[in-house]
Design a protein around this ligand. Structure first.
Ligand SMILES: Nc1ncnc2c1ncn2[C@@H]1O[C@H](COP(=O)(O)OP(=O)(O)OP(=O)(O)O)[C@@H](O)[C@H]1O
Length: 626
């Protein structure tokens, strides 16, 4: 086949077109970042080559002098970014440059809001990388050759970013990729060596590889100079690195546009030597829940990039952490399989986890507002740690935040420590209520007595909270007690007179209870009086060791079959309706009342009714006769 015969025009995947349109508008105010993105890709490509060449030195093609070059041509109005990295084959160009092969793409488009600022951030998180070129260029030419393939297998990709691109096979003697941007008319500001140098220093100083540019001095034409610091940021000493540099490095590795919330940089010395530079992002990626993680922690061995997203380096519940861990002791040929059972890796992970939890703990105590942001973004993921990581459970428990009956809003901002500090004198349990939503929890009848006595109840309203309940039995020596389980003993907070009254009404309700049991039969496990309620007539509870109904619903919705555990109907003998039912002599009416009591208790605990029409009919009968 001749070279010409291999020229073809292809269409972008629909998502690419959509993304390009969006990006050109949203990123307009950050347009200089195109250079950061292209340098970042070049650096990744060299990292990958360096790694592959460890097992196949022929890939070096006798050129192990890794570098990135940035140049510009005022006349031609072009900027060129060139690397001697891994390069791409024809198929890789089609796959990587013409399509978005990322899971979560659909979710990403759904999450766009139309608000330019917000969308710019989301686009940043999604990682537009290469496509940001079209913000400043009306034509982009990419010429590349995969390392290890013959010079005749170079590929030229070209597009005006409007929906199509052309591909042709070209001769490319050197391996790697060269991207040429043909600048738009109004983007001449970038055809300036000083401007380009300052953008590189601002965004790409931390890139480990040297970035070369032609010397500006006319007398030194043809000469090049390195324009960045060109040393791995994490190897430098903390005192030499500015906050700005740390932040830019974060953006490089995470492909995020916004600043991280916080970071830690720590060198371990002694028997094991390794350095970690870890970041907590400022916001959760749009697909935190939908995909296997993409840009996690990168593993380096003696400054050589080994792999992205080395999941063994972080527990799953810290999957939002970004950064680099560089080991001096692992072998360079380390593979994912080796990582699975490597003692050194386990040690690094356990240390990194402790450091991150310590960092979060510091943030929670010293910068509570920042911690609030953290909790809003990542709290639900961190909660998984209570289930997953028993060795750090105490530290994790301190980091938890819940909404509470003492707060005005649904904000999860009450820690277990705060709860314990606010406990009433004589109170020995941490009370909580599990419900499907904050609204359902806030108005639950089960809270009535606690409100009356001024006892705080934590509201567990995230699905994961059900599992926290089963794992976290106590905190600071205080037992956690669900308000919907077992018999709640608040006798310490009840005076003698009140107790006497309760006993009296309870013994007077004995007959009523028997009648209710007969009518409700096996719908309930038991019927008994309660002191939990003050303004509702009845509620449903489970035994101390029973499964909470909302957890049951959650598990059943996920396909689990559970034993049919009946609930206990508790009645408030002092309530006017209960008093009225007690007097009811008409058997049909009594039966209607009994069912209505049971069914309204199901409704207020968020359960669906088995026979909603029957409930409405019974209620209507009672209303019509009252
Ligand atoms: N200079 C390059 N050399 C080799 N491959 C490259 C180069 N630039 C881009 N690629 C390939 O194209 C892919 C897409 O690049 P792009 O910049 O769009 O996104 P990315 O770098 O994967 O990350 P993100 O989507 O998060 O920005 C890269 O993953 C890489 O495989």
């Amino acid at each position: 086949m001749t070279v010409e015969a291999q020229k073809e025009t292809l269409g972008f995947q629909a998502e690419v077109k959509q993304l390009l349109d969006l990006m050109i508008h949203s990123l307009y105010s950050h347009k200089e970042i195109f250079l950061r993105e292209l340098i970042s890709n070049a650096s990744d490509a060299i990292d990958r080559l360096r790694f592959d060449a460890l097992s196949d030195p022929s890939l070096y093609e006798r050129d192990a002098d890794f570098k990135i070059r940035v140049s510009y041509d005022k006349e031609a109005r072009t900027i060129t970014i060139c690397d001697n990295g891994i390069g791409m084959s024809r198929n890789e160009v089609i796959e990587h440059i013409g399509t978005i092969a990322r899971s979560g793409t659909k979710e990403f488009f759904k999450s766009l809001t139309g608000d330019k600022q917000k969308d710019a951030n989301l686009i940043g998180q999604f990682g537009v990388g290469f496509y940001s070129s079209f913000v400043v260029a009306d034509k982009v030419t990419l010429t590349t050759r995969r390392a290890g393939t013959p010079a005749s297998e170079g590929v030229r990709w070209e597009s005006d970013g409007k929906g199509e691109y052309s591909l042709e096979t070209v001769e490319k003697p050197t391996r790697g990729t060269e991207v040429t941007l043909h600048l738009r008319e109004d983007e001449s500001e970038f055809l300036d060596g000083y401007r380009l140098r300052s953008i590189i220093r601002k965004y790409s100083d931390h890139i480990q590889l040297p970035i070369y540019m032609p010397v500006e001095d006319k007398e030194k034409q043809g000469e090049e100079e390195v324009v960045n610091k060109a040393s791995a940021l994490w190897t430098r000493s903390k005192s030499e690195i500015s906050d700005q540099e740390y932040k830019e490095f974060y953006k490089h590795i995470s492909h995020d546009f916004s600043d991280p919330l916080t970071y830690l940089h720590s060198k371990m010395e002694g028997t094991q030597e390794y350095t970690m530079l870890l970041y907590v992002p400022g916001q959760a990626p749009f697909d935190l829940w939908t995909r296997e993680h993409h840009h996690g922690v990168k593993l380096y061995v003696r400054r050589v990039f080994i792999m992205d997203d080395a999941e063994k380096l972080m527990p799953r519940y810290l999957r939002f952490i970004r950064g680099v861990i560089d080991s001096n002791d692992l072998p360079l040929n380390v593979s994912r399989e080796i990582l699975q059972q490597n003692r050194l890796i386990d040690l690094m992970r356990s240390n990194a986890t402790k450091k991150i939890l310590g960092l979060l703990n510091d943030m929670a105590t010293k910068e509570p507002e920042k911690y609030e942001t953290f909790w809003r973004e990542f709290g639900r993921v961190l909660k998984e740690g209570i289930i997953e990581d028993h060795s750090n459970r105490d530290t994790l428990a301190k980091l938890l935040r819940f909404s509470s009956t003492f707060s005005e809003s649904d904000k999860q901002d009450v820690s277990l420590e705060t709860y314990v500090k606010r406990m009433k004198e004589g109170q020995d349990k941490i009370y909580y209520l599990i419900a499907e939503s904050y609204t359902a929890a806030k108005s639950s009848p089960l809270l009535e007595i606690f409100k009356q006595k001024g006892i705080e109840v934590l509201l567990f309203t995230d699905p994961i909270d059900h599992f926290i309940e089963t794992e976290l039995r106590e905190f600071d020596g205080k037992q956690l007690q669900s308000v919907s389980k077992g018999e709640i003993d608040l006798s310490k907070f009840t005076d003698e007179k009140e107790k006497e009254e309760q006993q009296k009404t309870a013994s007077e309700a004995k007959d009523l209870i028997e009648r209710l049991k007969t009518v409700l039969g096996d719908k309930v496990k038991d019927v008994r009086t309660t002191n939990r309620l003050t303004s509702s007539p009845a509620c449903l509870v489970v035994d101390q060791y029973g499964i909470d109904p909302s957890l049951k619903r959650l598990l059943e919705a996920n396909g689990q079959r559970l034993p049919q555990d009946k609930q206990i109907l508790e009645i408030n003998p002092q309530h006017a309706i209960i008093q009225k039912i007690k007097q009811e002599t008409d058997e049909q009416r009594f039966q209607d009342w009994a069912h209505v009591l049971f069914e309204q208790s199901q409704l207020s605990s968020g359960e669906p009714l088995e026979d909603p029409v029957g409930f409405v009919n019974r209620l209507n009968n009672l209303l019509a006769q009252s």
